[in-house]
Design a protein around this ligand. Structure first.
Ligand code: PEP
Ligand code: MG
Length: 932
């Protein structure tokens, strides 16, 4: 018979797959003889089997659970369902990767009218017994049976309103009896059946409910967001109840061994006296800081501190602890790896290295590279903050700045967020039903709840700014507004929250870039990463300021400078358009001259050839199109030269790959549809000029030009090197600009390393016919300047044919750079501009594709091409430099692939350079499983 159920002592910390994080932690603590209430864990395998069998417990599981329950009974000396000495248990979820607040828990299982009397008599505390019972009905009704939690809260609120203090602790025994009566009536009204008195039935249904919560909406959303597999299943831990609500010598709390927001080395957490577990996390009352426990219960505090230290040293990792004090005695209910912000994660990892607890390698492996971005998020500009309308200050629960419109329920937040609006979710307090709204919100603001409340814990896990427990605001979620000091913020109004300081403002506040150099621990960690990684990290940067950023973040080169971006600037665009509008006619005359000269070179004494050259020269000299074309190129040259000079200066000593013009030329012209409408309207109205004063004639010329350039599939059309071969003078101008800039800067003592990149090559002959002339143009400049610079010519690999014929292409190209945006597009045959909006996201949702191939490199298809290409290219040219400059260059999984495929470097946007440095180090260190 398969073993589905284990007593805590039968497990250990390495059994997370089977026990879930919580079960494994309880097992480890039980074995370390820490004060853990006895219990057992039902495995994740049982959960998976339960679903496989159509929601049936696997054979033998229930019997094993009953057997384990007997052992627990004998250990505690209590009996489940015994009115004389009743055992009560909690039923709690726990998956391999912790998913705080995403799944279900039911406490106080085992209470019915009989055992309630026993509990009251044994504890001598009748009020406590009734409080425990009302909690069971409430949790069971909500979690197991799906009755709206608000309905229970509504009843409770009614009773609380009758007390002087309005707190749950103010409810008298009689009032709690009334609550129980009303809860039972509510239960019956909602379900048509009575609340079960049979304690085994309660247990069974509780276990089923925890299993079912694995596929609850919020758990599924959370796993999708965090890329956690849906087939891991949850374990269920059944544990003897201990009570923090037995009076004011009892308490319940949660604490982290270090501050999960900043990483500071101090106990961080909170507790509530005379309360039960869920009260702290649910933000029912705003709890006290853990430091205050020192005064309230000094001995318990000391004991807890010792246990916390011991557990952190044992796990060599920050722990997230749950504890209960029952009549002065401490019990440990949970230890697990603490969820923390990225900033805290980095500080803690680096501190643990300095404390000699973990190695540098472990520190690097512990950080999920993509989370580093959170440290480099913009923050509010202090000056702008003073101008902003300060509203209130709450708890700085999760750092970062966020501005957006206020939404007062998760559904609205989700709908708006998915439509691209920046939303701040504002709630009295959050609970697991709000998670879908939290996932899309830019930030979270709550009126109640502490630093370990649901809102705070989830926000930190998601890396989103959160201000919690902002008691000065009064949230009315029915009316969808909050008021503060006489001011009202309604749904849809802009607010700004600063999760680093806890401040809340009305309106929008400008943000400024963070100061990377001040992130000491991150800088140190990335320094270690640089020592270990073999993959270079370069950046995609089009302007000197981007290059400067890239360098500050540690880039070792520019892997892609998209020259055409510079064309879009306002002062340049008219010249670009002049160049394009005349390119066709001018280039045909220039080409004719070129052909005639070549012919003459072959037969220098031939009269006809001489005459042909003379005629072609004349045609060139008298052509207005040639004049306009050359004139435009001459205007653009100094602009480009200046851009390149700036980049070379910043990148002093490092390689700079400059890509020649790539996109279809129509991208620089007005849209065909807009022009057509404008021209037609002007004609219909008999007008000669448009509103901007442009002549109809001019617009008609533009329309004709744009019409002549239209293509059915522009991405597969006249772009990249095809464009360069069609209009070679544009490329020659660019090459001239690059080398003039390079020579000028080298003459000033800057070490320049230009690499000229030809885009979208598909056939070796494309390089054969173009690269020589471009190299000659480069040499010509160097001869003129009398300066020689180190340079390379190479190509992008963006179509499968180039990858398949890499051996031939490498005869010309000194370097390859994988343009994986296009290579993914051309390999899959998916339009990179349309696929996501049309079908691709659905493919990912429905697991038709494992992930979005435009974000995470498709190893089996695109990756296969890359590997073949690298091998063939290096066979032809062993010192071939190979990199990647598509969006994948900043994606950790793709970076791992690039390392394995033997690339020299990855190139990504400047802000992703730190991510790439760490991801490259992790790739060199090998795979590890991290908590998600
Ligand atoms: C690519 O295709 O991956 C690339 C970097 O070029 P672009 O995105 O400019 O087409
Ligand atoms: Mg491309």
């Amino acid at each position: 018979m398969k073993k589905w159920v284990y007593l805590f002592e039968e497990g250990n910390k390495d059994m997370r797959d089977l026990f879930g994080g919580k079960g494994a932690g309880l097992a480890e603590m039980a074995n370390a003889r820490l004060p853990v209430p006895p219990g057992f864990t039902i495995t994740t395998e049982a959960c998976n089997e339960y679903f496989r069998a159509g929601k049936q417990f696997p054979e033998g599981m229930w019997e094993q659970a009953l057997e384990a329950l007997k052992t627990v009974e004998s250990r505690t000396g209590k009996k489940f369902g015994d009115p004389g000495n009743p055992l009560l248990v909690s039923v709690r979820s726990g998956a391999k990767f912790s998913m705080p607040g995403m799944m279900d828990t039911v406490l106080n299982i085992g209470l019915n009218p009989d055992t309630l009397q026993g509990l009251a008599a044994l504890t001598g505390n009748e009020r406590f017994g009734w409080d425990a019972y009302r909690r069971l009905i409430q949790m069971f009704g909500k979690t197991v049976k799906g009755i709206s939690g608000e309905k229970f809260e509504h009843v409770l609120k009614r009773y609380k309103a009758k007390t002087p203090g309005k707190q749950d602790t103010d409810l008298t025994t009689e009032m709690l009896q009334g609550v129980v009566k009303d809860y039972k009536a509510l239960y019956k009204k909602e379900l048509g059946i009575d609340f079960p008195d049979d304690v085994l039935e309660q247990l069974k249904q509780g276990i089923e409910a925890v299993f079912a919560s694995w596929f609850g909406k919020r758990a599924v959303d959370y796993r999708n967001y965090n890329k956690i597999s849906h087939d891991l299943g949850t374990a269920v831990s059944v544990q003897t109840m201990v009570f923090g609500n037995m009076g004011f010598d009892s308490a319940t709390g949660v604490a982290f061994t270090r501050d999960p927001a900043t990483g500071a080395k101090e106990l961080y957490g909170e507790y509530l006296a005379n309360a039960q577990g869920e009260d702290v996390v649910a933000g029912i009352r705003t709890p006290k800081k853990i430091a205050e426990l020192k005064d309230d219960m000094p001995e318990v505090y000391q004991q807890f501190q010792d246990v916390a230290n011991m557990l952190e040293n044992h796990y060599r990792e920050v722990q997230d602890l749950e504890f209960t004090v029952e009549r002065g005695k401490l019990y440990m209910l949970q230890t697990r790896t603490g969820k923390r912000t990225a900033k805290a994660a980095v500080k803690i990892a680096v501190d643990l290295v300095h404390e000699g607890i973990i190695t540098k390698q472990e520190a690097m492996q512990r950080i999920e590279p993509s989370t580093i971005n959170q440290l480099l998020l913009p923050r509010f500009d202090d000056k702008a903050k003073t101008a902003g309308a300060f509203l209130a200050k709450g708890l700085n629960a999760s750092p970062g700045a966020a501005t957006g419109v206020a939404a007062f329920d998760a559904d609205t937040a989700e709908a708006w967020g998915k439509n691209g609006r920046a939303v701040i979710l504002v709630r009295p307090e959050t609970n697991p039903d709000d998670v879908h709204g939290m996932l899309v919100a830019k930030g979270i603001l709550t009126q109640r709840g502490g630093a370990t409340s649901h809102a705070a814990v989830v926000a930190r896990g998601l890396g989103k700014p959160c201000v919690a427990g902002c008691e000065a605001i009064h949230v009315d979620d029915d009316k969808k507004l909050f008021s503060v000091n006489g001011r009202v913020i309604k749904e849809g109004d802009f607010i700004s929250i600063d999760g680093t300081t806890g401040e809340v403002f009305a309106g929008q506040i400008a943000t400024i870039a963070p100061d990377f150099s001040k992130e000491q621990e991150l800088v140190e960690l990335l320094g270690w990463a640089d020592e270990i990684r073999s993959l270079g990290v370069w950046a995609n940067a089009d302007y000197p300021k981007d290059a400067a950023n890239a360098r500050m973040f540690g880039a070792e080169g520019i892997g892609l400078c998209r020259t055409e971006h510079m064309f879009f600037e306002q002062v340049r665009l008219p010249f670009v358009q002049q160049m394009i509008l005349n390119a066709g006619e001018a280039q045909s005359k220039l080409d004719a001259l070129g052909r005639a000269e070549a012919d003459l070179a072959r037969r220098p004494d031939n009269k006809e050839a001489k005459a042909a050259v003379a005629a072609a020269k004349k045609a060139v000299a008298s052509s207005p199109a040639v004049k306009a074309y050359k004139g435009a190129l001459a205007k653009l040259l100094p602009f480009q030269r200046k851009d390149f000079e700036g980049i070379f200066k910043v990148m002093d000593g490092l390689p700079v790959i400059i890509r020649l013009i790539d996109p279809p030329l129509h991208e620089f012209l007005p849209s065909y549809e807009d022009l057509l409408v404008e021209v037609t309207t002007l004609k219909a109205l008999g007008k000669r000029k448009n509103k901007e004063g442009k002549a109809l004639k001019e617009l008609e010329v533009m329309l004709a030009a744009v019409a002549s350039m239209r293509e059915m599939n522009p991405m597969l059309g006249l772009r990249g090197i095809r464009l360069g071969i069609t209009y070679p003078d544009i490329l020659k101008m660019q090459v001239r600009a690059i080398f003039e800039a390079a020579c000028n800067m080298q003459a000033k003592g800057v070490k320049v390393k230009p690499e000229v990149m030809i885009p979208l090559t598909g056939h070796v002959n494309e390089l054969a016919v173009s690269q020589g002339a471009l190299e000659e143009a480069a040499k010509q400049v160097m001869r003129e300047k009398g300066v020689w610079v180190e340079y390379k010519f190479g190509t992008m690999i963006e179509v499968p044919r180039a990858a398949l014929t890499a051996g031939e292409i490498a005869q010309y190209a000194q370097f390859f750079s994988f343009g994986t945006n296009d290579l993914t597009q051309t390999t899959y045959g998916y339009s990179r501009d349309d696929a996501e909006g049309k079908f691709l996201l659905r493919y990912v949702d429905e697991k038709i594709l494992p992930s979005n191939p435009f974000q995470e490199l498709d190893r089996d298809g695109v990756g296969k091409l890359i590997k073949m290409c690298v091998e063939a290219g290096r066979t032809t040219r062993p010192d071939l430099e190979v990199g990647i400059c598509g969006e994948h260059g900043g994606d950790p999984s793709s970076i791992e692939f690039c390392h394995q495929a033997g690339l020299n470097y990855v190139s990504c946007s400047p802000f992703r350079v730190p991510i790439a440095r760490l991801a490259a180090a992790q790739a060199a260190l090998g795979a590890v499983v991290r908590d998600k």
